[in-house]
Design a protein around this ligand. Structure first.
Ligand code: ADP
Length: 620
């Protein structure tokens, strides 16, 4: 197993460290930004020094006092004008002392702000006295003592203000420097942590790369193991197929006996009770054969060895026989069976389509006790052909729906125990629909019924004009000319007797050989129209016997008989020199079809009596 957890742990670690590094980087950038701002503020503080405003107010107070003293001493107009000018300059300083920037620059010191306002108020308070005496020199000179007192008071206040401003400004500078050095310390710490984080990240990355190499190595090892396991599994699968082939042969041989003999027996004179019993044996044999066929089919579908033979055909040709096949079951259960299909033709495999429909309609009839089963077929946009089989049966619980199409699933075991089945039908349908190119699904409600649907895509379905209804053909037992010479080579007594009994129904009394060796001798000693040759026989099997007959230059038609249902058996028959192949169980219908194909010139002219000898067969 790959060691996933440390690998994931390292990934989480790296992601966390990357996030932390990013956070630290942002913090450092913010701190730098803050630092720069502080530095700019300090620089601005130095340029527009608040203490300069206090100092200039103090200096102007001094100059105003000097001008007052000079004017008092000289009474000269020039000194009086100078006095007025000094007051104006002094007055102009008040705007700086009352501005917001004055106290803000030194950290919003309230004491400084109040002192500034006080100085400003005192300067402004002199204005009425000066303005009143500005145009009257004598009046102004008389008020100089008063103005001197006030100016000296203001000078004391501006002196205090200067001291306060200096102190506050130096406090503010100290604070700013402390902040800058704190920020610098924080930046130093952050850079240290960032370096550590990046170092740890590099280490984790290196460890992750090492783990990744180890994981790759382990993956390669697992791949090799998987390849070895796949080879073993393929071998096991081949063994399974071989086992299934053997099993099918072993089961089909006695089944051949049961079904064939039952069919032959059914054609004899039986009373009604015997007929019913024979029919039950026949039905049981059919059921068993269906189970074997299902198991074989799913194994072939799994192995991908199913042959799909596509051709263009009318849908009604597939649907009508199914409707007939199912009608008696529906009737016996009192279920209304309806087929509602558009008249159309399509390109697909009719045999496979029939297999899917028989399964789905059969299931609906099986799981419906009353009501209806309805098959609808509609051509949708985009050439999709949609089949729906809707029933009013027991329905399926929502939880069971997802597992329906997997092998050996039976959701209502009590019902399926009664109704029978292998749980393979839907799995086969799903694989067949997908092989034909389409999709299958179901909507169902427990207790209310189900709607199984499937769509075939790219089947080139086209609507046709409805064909005139076909008159149902009655099946008659084929009659052959009395001089038809047939040899049956079969080691199994029961099978031999079945073949003979069925051929006799067609008016042929065949010769029989009990093994391959005797078969070769008989085939070479007298002329035959056709030889039925079993494949599996002791000593010389059917393939060997056929090869020997052909080597001796005999060209009589030879038809293989085998219980094996694989396509490879058919190929083996043809390769050995046989002309055709009939799979067991051998039925009347199969024998008739073979004789029709290979001995058309030996078919008896059907007399009105022979044509009237109609025998309805249980199953084709
Ligand atoms: P089985 O041969 O057992 O019928 P399927 O694969 O055809 O196997 O069906 C699997 C199971 O799905 C059945 O045993 C039955 O429980 C359920 N099922 C199939 N068709 C229907 C239906 N029309 N209504 C209710 N249940 C159904």
């Amino acid at each position: 197993m790959l060691r996933k957890l440390p690998f994931r742990g390292a990934s989480i670690g790296i992601t966390t460290l990357a996030a932390v590094s990013f956070g630290i980087l942002i913090a450092i950038m913010l701190m730098f930004n803050n630092l720069e701002k502080r530095e700019k503020e300090v620089a601005a503080g130095v340029r527009e020094d608040s203490s300069w405003a206090s100092f200039s107010a103090d200096r102007e107070a001094g100059r105003f006092i000097e001008a007052l003293l000079k004017a008092q001493e000289s009474h000269a107009q020039e000194d009086i004008d100078n006095l007025l000018l000094r007051y104006d300059v002094f007055y102009s300083r008040t705007s700086e002392l009352t501005s917001d920037d004055f106290s803000r620059r030194i950290g919003g010191n309230l004491e400084v702000r109040d002192a500034g306002l006080k100085v400003s108020d005192a300067i402004v308070a002199l204005a009425p006295t000066i303005d009143e005496a500005a145009s009257d020199s004598d009046l102004l000179i008389s008020r100089i003592p008063f103005l001197l007192d006030k100016a000296r008071e203001i000078r004391t206040m501006t002196g205090d203000l200067s001291l306060l401003t200096d102190r506050a400004e130096s406090d503010s500078l100290v604070g700013a420097r402390a902040l800058v050095s704190r920020t610098q310390r924080s930046i130093a710490w952050s850079v240290t942590i960032l370096t550590l984080t990046l170092g740890t990240m590099v280490m984790l990355l290196m460890s992750q790369i090492r783990q990744s190499f180890r994981a790759q190595h382990e993956l390669r090892r697992l791949n090799e193991e998987n390849e070895r396991a796949a080879i073993t599994a393929n071998a096991a699968n081949r063994a399974k197929s071989q086992f299934l082939a053997t099993m099918s042969h072993e089961i089909r041989t006695p089944l051949n006996g049961i079904i064939g003999m039952t069919e032959a027996l059914a054609l004899t004179d039986l009373n009604s009770e015997q007929s019913r019993e024979v029919e039950i044996i026949r039905q049981s044999g059919d059921l068993l054969l269906d189970v074997i066929n299902d198991v074989l089919e799913i194994s072939r579908l799994e192995a991908g060895t199913v042959d799909i033979s596509r051709c263009r055909f009318r849908l009604s040709g597939v649907l009508q026989p199914i409707q007939k096949l199912m009608a008696s079951t529906a009737r016996s259960k009192g279920i209304d069976l309806q087929f509602d299909a558009q008249t159309l033709s399509l390109d697909s495999d009719p045999a496979r389509l029939r297999q899917i429909l028989v399964n789905l309609v059969g299931n609906s009839l099986k799981f419906t006790e009353r009501g209806s089963v309805r098959l609808t077929v509609r051509l949708l946009t985009g050439g999709r052909l949609r089949f729906e089989i809707r029933d009013t049966g027991i329905g399926i619980a929502e939880d069971d729906i997802p597992k329906l199409f997997t092998e050996f699933t039976q959701v209502d075991t009590s019902m399926t125990r009664r109704a029978g089945g292998t749980g393979l039908g839907l799995a086969i349908c799903k694989r067949l629909v997908e092989t034909l190119g389409g999709q299958i699904g179901v909507q169902s409600e427990l207790g209310a019924g189900s709607c199984f649907w499937f769509e075939l895509w790219n089947c080139d379905a086209k609507l046709d004009t409805p064909a005139a209804p076909e008159t149902p053909k009655k099946r008659t037992v084929l009659r052959m000319d009395a001089d038809t010479r047939i040899l049956v080579v079969e080691d199994n007594r029961t099978n031999r007797e079945i073949a003979c009994a069925l051929l006799k129904q067609m008016g042929v009394v065949p010769d029989c050989a009990i093994d391959g060796k005797e078969g070769v001798e008989m085939a070479m000693s007298q002329p035959y129209d056709l030889i039925f040759m079993d494949m599996r026989m002791p000593e010389l099997d059917g393939l060997g016997a056929t090869a020997t007959i052909r080597e001796k230059g005999n060209t009589t038609t030879i038809v293989g008989l085998t219980a094996n249902a694989f396509d490879t058996d058919r190929d083996a028959c043809l390769d050995a020199g046989m002309n055709d192949f009939v799979s067991k169980p051998v039925t009347l219908a199969k024998l008739q079809q073979t004789l029709r194909n290979w001995l058309p010139e030996k078919l008896a002219k059907q007399s009105p009596e022979a044509a009237a000898q109609v025998i309805t067969l249980g199953r084709s």
